[in-house]
Design a protein around this ligand. Structure first.
Ligand code: HEM
Ligand code: CU
Length: 653
């Protein structure tokens, strides 16, 4: 065992060694603090085993922020490496590993969980429900995502990181990459993918079955709509990923030949399967972002979202088209012209429903009195920047033109314009917007705006020059270049922008720490004068049962209408009834740890460990089936407790 650890622990690289030490110190510090403050039990009962959707959402967001830090650090290292020609900060192998982990972490362990976290916090509240449909499953979703992410991250210090790009193309990932790196990729994604699929199922059922009386499908707020459609895409797309990852795991561990170049394997099959999942995946992260911006724009423009119905139709159209465009990721890999034409047209067609959305947002802003809060700043900056991402996407979608642009920095600039101006801006915007619901106070607006300006300006300074680098022919995924190439000046500018974004991120983190201490506590549940039901709870932070009395919905902007009608019922007159809630669950956490153990065993082909983990997982399933009756009984929140919780913060009617 000792030999095994000595063989795989990475100690020779000073950068990784430094990270090793700081990770070890942080872990020791956290363990010490928890023990010293006697917080272990609190952590276990209030968080780890909690089935409250709001707490699960918060845990998702914290994990995503940590991953943003990790992915952002990777990004800064790459930018540092590319700042000047012939730089020797990183070796070629290290550069390969970093762009692979950066891309994978940003998409699968940062953007998606961040949005799933916001969905978790907001959706049940927004539809007037007490929790999600399957709270127990929700806890399992989070922990399997979390331990999948941990497994992926372990590669960094133990055994070596994956190095075949986030697309993990065969045959490179099978025959061209010895060592455990790719195994980490396959199993980390597999385990966390289970969590994502379960979340998709959970939200489809929640949104269909648990809406408050009166909330018809067409009255659902836009964030709920986008979350519903996203959940559907997850349900259809993630099984493709599951199967593809399993097949490649067989190729690597058991010598099958699904994607090899020899013995009847076909690497192109991987590309097809990967992008058949991968393209819908980018809509899984962009659609909830659209939903967040819609909520924010209508709140701070003080108007109903313009063209609510056309928004919904365009959502559905985008989701269908997202499955019909995947071949645009390999226009240049030798398909026929006819084939490329078909996929070129479906790709460009996506611009139409997306354009409709842009006009709807502009229509909402038109002749409104805009309130420039921090969330709104992100939303306003999103519109023009995302248009740049969209327009360059159409340029790439033309098969003939793609022969020029693909695999150079024009592409890198394009997808960062969509992923950052679309998704990351939305994550920050949604975080600031719903922060009072999660923590009972707003974030400081001055620091919020400062962070916004650093990040938004830094972003454009970083990525606009990359379009030009693309025109100048700089390829993607190269670790250095020559002075004669003439790419130096633009690369310097780009790195300066990246530093600006890093500072912006640090200000966001500082703002959280600052506001925890200094911001004014919210007393009402409605700090922004909101329009939708999540703002209708009596307390600033809703109790675990959300609504003491389930609200009734009379239109889009349900809460706004309640406020306009001024029929906020006096609290004394309400007759509370006991509320049925689910109990905490510990099996999901244990099971996810076992997933990690089994996954780690497979990564290193330690069969005993893999089998032990597998048996443990099965045992958990059996246990759960036997115990389910008792566990599912849950408990009742008594009328007394409800009264106590609703009392001190009565809102004036
Ligand atoms: C914080 C600012 C960011 C910077 C400075 C940055 C920078 C970079 C750089 C330099 C590359 C490598 C390009 C190459 O060598 O070909 C890259 C690749 C990539 N980035 Fe980012 N990035 C940032 C944020 C993000 C975010 C937020 C996402 C996704 C949500 C993302 C997704 C990707 C993907 C998917 C790749 C491709 C990886 C691959 O080639 O396999 N990046 N980024
Ligand atoms: Cu695509």
């Amino acid at each position: 065992m000792f030999e095994f650890i000595k063989e795989h622990l990475i100690l020779d690289d000073p950068l990784i060694l430094g990270a090793n030490i700081s990770i070890a110190l942080t872990v020791i510090g956290i363990v010490f603090a928890l023990t010293y403050l006697k917080k272990w039990k609190w952590l276990w009962t209030e968080w780890i085993t909690s089935v409250d959707h709001k707490k699960i959402g918060i845990m998702y967001i914290i994990a995503a922020l940590l991953m943003l830090f990790r992915g952002g650090f990777d990004a800064l290292l790459m930018r540092a490496q590319l700042t000047v020609p012939n730089n020797e900060l990183l070796t070629p192998q290290h550069y390969n590993e970093i762009f692979t982990t950066h891309g994978t972490i940003m998409i699968l362990f940062m953007a998606m969980p961040f949005l799933l976290g916001l969905m978790n916090v907001v959706i049940p509240l927004q539809i007037g429900a007490r929790d999600v449909a399957f709270p127990y499953l929700n806890n399992l979703s989070f922990w399997s995502f979390f331990f999948g992410a941990i497994l992926f991250n372990v590669s960094f210090v133990f055994g070596g990181s994956p190095d075949a790009g986030w697309t993990n193309y065969a045959p490179l990932a099978i025959e061209g990459s010895p060592g455990p790196g790719i195994n980490y990729y396959l199993l980390g994604l597999q385990i966390s993918g289970i969590g994502t699929l379960l979340t998709g199922i959970n939200f489809v059922v929640t949104i269909f079955k648990m809406r408050a009386p009166g909330m018809t499908l067409l009255r659902m707020p836009m964030f709920t709509w986008t979350s519903l459609i996203t959940s559907f895409i997850i349900v259809f797309a993630f099984p493709i990923l599951t199967v593809s990852l399993a097949l490649m795991t067989f190729d690597r561990l058991f010598g099958t030949h699904f994607f090899t170049l020899t013995d009847g394997g076909n690497p192109m099959l991987w590309s097809n399967l990967f992008w058949l999942w991968g393209h819908p995946e980018v809509y899984i992260v962009i659609l909830p972002a659209f939903g967040i911006f819609s909520e924010i724009i209508s709140t701070f423009a003080r108007k109903t979202l313009f063209g609510h119905k056309s928004m919904i139709i365009s959502l559905v159209v985008i989701s269908l088209l997202s499955f019909l465009v995947w071949v645009h990721h390999f226009f240049t890999m030798g398909g026929s012209a006819a084939l490329n034409n078909v996929f070129s047209i479906t790709t460009m067609a996506i611009a139409i429903p997306t354009g409709i959305k842009i006009f709807n947002w502009l229509g909402t802003l038109y002749k409104s009195r805009i309130q420039f809060s921090t969330p709104m700043m992100w939303a306003l900056a999103f519109i023009p920047t995302f248009v740049i991402g969209g327009v360059t996407g159409v340029m790439l979608g033309m098969a003939a033109a793609d022969f020029q642009y693909h695999n150079n920095y024009f592409l890198v600039a394009h997808f960062h314009y969509t992923l950052i101006a679309g998704v990351v801006f939305a994550c920050f915007a949604g975080f600031e917007y719903w922060y009072p619901k999660m923590f009972g106070h707003k974030l400081n607006e001055r620091f919020g705006k400062l962070a916004f300006w650093f990040f938004a300006i830094g972003f454009n300074v970083c990525f606009l020059p990359q379009f030009l680098l693309g025109f100048a022919g700089m390829p993607r995924r190269v670790y250095t270049y020559l002075p004669e190439d003439g790419w130096t000046a633009l690369n310097v500018v780009s790195t300066i922008g990246a530093i600006g974004m890093g500072i912006g991120f640090m200000i966001v983190v500082y703002n959280v720490l600052y506001s925890m201490r200094h911001a004014k506590r919210e007393t009402t549940g409605d700090p922004w004068n909101g329009r939708t039901l999540e703002w209708a709870t009596a307390t600033a932070m809703p109790p675990h049962y959300n609504f003491a009395v389930v609200p009734e919905v009379k239109g889009i902007d349900a809460f706004w209408e309640i406020k306009q009608a001024n029929n906020a019922v006096k609290k004394e007159n309400i007759e509370y009834k006991p509320i049925h809630m689910p109990s905490n669950a510990s099996t999901p956490f244990v099971m996810s740890v076992l997933f990690f153990v089994a996954g780690f065993g497979l990564v290193f082909e330690l069969w005993w460990m893999a089998i032990l983990g597998g048996i443990g997982i099965l045992a958990c399933l059996v246990l759960r089936s036997l115990r389910s009756h008792r566990e599912d009984e849950g408990y009742y929140v008594s009328v007394d407790e409800i009264k106590k919780r609703e009392q001190p913060i009565q809102r004036e009617a």
